[in-house]
Write a protein that binds this ligand. Structure first.
Ligand code: F6R
Length: 610
């Protein structure tokens, strides 16, 4: 999750442990440290809190306190559960090399097999462990050259820091898709996965670019690319406080996490698209084509924001794959005596993987003999473990109480699942190929929505004093109306209700007047014409209208000046792009009202009671 390396004159174990403590609140499930001392490489790892690691590392059988070179890591499980064996640093068979890594090595299975055949033994379930083994395979005395040769073999994303026991004053660091910052101090250097881990030692930093390989020694750094061509990178002076760096320079974790979404979506999609066959690769589902065809009904259970993602899933499975699907509030599921069979697939969706009602629904589905799958963010969480199979979001920890990036990744995973079912059952290859192409473009389209933040902020500030809001949508955007309203109420404390646009006439319209803004999701998707009529109905009651509309769509012109433009996509992706705009809207309203955005009153990040 994050890591740091130190090479200098100081006591590496203590310096590295202090660094781990300082960033503890970010969330992690295990931690580890490796140091070089007297020609040996010594590693210490522990599950749980940094204090567990500290007790081991500084205990009588611990690490030599006067080691001057080391690397440390806190892990948030992605491949394999949070165990000591899976914690970083990882080593090769002869403990010559140690590695800490962020990112995902997509071809790790293939490399692992190759290395096994050459006699290497693996001790973890991680993708990372192939890296030190691969370096050992290439090593003939030149650490940097062996590292470069090994890293050239890796597909996927990595930021790594490496030690070699034959080179006691060196750390090798390399980056492809996962950030690395080097801190160059007086007689000491730091390698870190982000700036926060460098501050406190030095304010002089070098940001590596993709493809860079750095040899880091006390107070000095030399950079080249993986083909050994020397590169010069500027040293920047950073004057940020630790707190602002933590939030990536954003004022709140929620805003940071909203802005994380192009990256979290890339991680959700990484290695899961088959562009040639127009389908999804989701090995965690563990279902054969026969299993996929055999399912005759899908039931989705979840709570809150995850429930809204499930509602999008209902559309996706029915629309794309033609499978009868129901989505259930998880708390209701168990008490309603649901009708399930062995041909029913029950999907539990939960960011935390610990929500009590969702867990109870999963257990009920299992007990009734249906097939189960989980969509979770937290690896090895209770729901993920008990389901036994499923798909992880890989969205990274969500610290803000209001869920943002988990929702968009959940929708994308549901879409990938629906695509897999659809291609096995009735969707022609070409349609699948086109959808895969749309999915590939999605992270950039989300980035374009984020570029509109200043305009969304203007609209939010204009309406931030309202006491009530309505959100209305149809089809794929009906769940988004519910999610938009939920985001607004939980962080701004404004009463907000999400409705299907057609329901407006069946009651809520009685509440509309000039003080009740209606956020109308009028993107150019099925049902847009009816949405245009709904806008007229709101205007006729003098309700102010805020619109989301597709870029370039002129049909919505003239209704209101408060229009948030959303890039054109396949309609099944509009829940992702449009929700991002509504997250920003809720955020700016709450900020204007001075609310404690990351920790709203009465709310907990994980609801573990029924
Ligand atoms: C809203 C929010 C909650 C959660 C709900 C389920 O922003 O965060 O509504 O979505 O408590 O949590 P998970 O997904 O962890 O099961």
């Amino acid at each position: 999750m994050w890591y740091r390396g130190y090479v200098g004159r100081g006591a590496a174990p203590e310096i590295l442990l202090n660094g781990l403590h300082r960033l503890e609140y970010r969330g992690y499930d295990s931690a580890g440290i490796a140091v070089l001392h007297g020609g040996n490489l010594q590693v210490c790892r522990a599950v749980g809190k940094v204090k567990n690691l500290e007790a081991k590392a500084l205990g009588s059988d611990g690490l030599p306190r006067d080691a001057h070179t080391g690397i440390a890591h806190t892990r948030w499980a992605t491949h394999g559960s949070p165990t000591e064996a899976n914690a970083h640093p990882h080593c090769d068979d002869h403990a010559v090399f140690a590695c800490v890594h962020n990112g995902i090595i997509e071809n790790h299975q293939h490399l692992r097999e190759q290395l096994r055949r050459k006699g290497h033994t693996f001790h973890s379930e991680t993708d990372t462990e192939v890296i030190p083994h691969l370096i050992a395979e290439f090593y003939n005395g030149d650490f940097l050259a062996a590292a470069a040769a090994a890293l050239r073999q890796l597909q996927g994303a990595f930021g790594v820091a490496l030690l070699c026991r034959h080179h006691p004053d060196q750390i090798v660091a390399a980056r492809k898709g996962s950030p690395i910052v080097l801190g160059v101090g007086n007689g000491e250097s730091i390698v870190a996965s982000d700036v926060a881990a460098v501050l406190g030692h030095t304010n002089n930093v070098i940001f590596l670019d993709d493809g860079d390989l750095a040899l880091v020694t006390p107070g000095d750094v030399s950079i080249r690319n993986l083909d050994n061509v020397p590169i010069t990178r500027d040293v920047s002076r950073i004057d940020w406080t630790l707190e602002s760096v933590e939030k990536g320079g954003f004022d709140h974790f929620m805003l940071k996490e909203i802005h994380d979404q192009p990256e979290s979506l890339r991680n959700a999609l990484r290695g899961r698209l088959d562009a040639d066959q127009g389908t999804a690769i989701l090995s965690g589902m563990n279902m054969t084509p026969h299993d996929l065809v055999d399912i005759d009904r899908i039931v989705i259970a979840a709570c809150g924001t995850s429930l809204h993602a499930g509602m999008v899933g209902e559309h996706l499975f029915e629309d794309l794959a033609g499978i009868v699907t129901e989505v259930e509030q998880a708390a209701e599921f168990r008490y309603r005596n649901p009708i399930l069979s062995s041909r029913t697939l029950a999907i539990a969706i939960s960011q935390s993987g610990e929500t009590a009602d969702t867990l109870a629904a999963l257990r009920e589905a299992k007990m009734k003999g249906s097939q189960v799958l989980a969509i979770c963010n937290v690896v090895s969480s209770t729901i993920a473990r008990e389901a036994g199979r499923g798909v992880y979001l890989h969205a990274g920890p969500e610290i803000s109480v209001a869920s943002t990036k988990a929702f968009t990744s959940q929708v994308v995973i549901l879409l990938l699942m629906a695509l897999k079912f659809a291609r096995t059952r009735r969707m022609p290859r070409q349609t699948g190929v086109e959808l895969v192409e749309e999915l590939r473009r999605l992270p950039d389209q989300v980035a374009r929505v984020l570029d509109r933040a200043p305009e969304i902020e203007r609209i939010a500030r204009k309406w931030a004093a309202a006491r009530d809001f309505f959100y209305i949508g149809r089809g794929y955007l009906h769940p988004v109306a519910l999610e938009g309203a939920l985001k607004l109420k939980e962080i701004s404390y404004i009463h907000a209700e999400g409705y299907h646009a057609a329901e407006l006439k069946h009651g809520p319209i009685a509440l509309l007047d000039e003080d009740v803004p209606v956020v109308t999701l009028a993107n150019d998707i099925d049902g847009k014409d009816k949405m245009l009529s709904n806008i007229q109905e709101c205007r006729a009651r003098h309700a102010p209208v805020i619109l989301t509309a597709t870029e370039g769509d002129t049909d919505v012109a003239g209704f209101t000046e408060d229009v948030i433009r959303i890039p054109r996509t396949h309609q099944c992706l509009t829940p992702v792009t449009t929700t991002v705009a509504l997250q920003l809207f809720a955020y700016y309203v709450a900020r204007e009202r001075g609310c404690p955005i990351d920790q709203p009153r009465n709310l907990a990040k994980s609801v573990t009671v029924e």
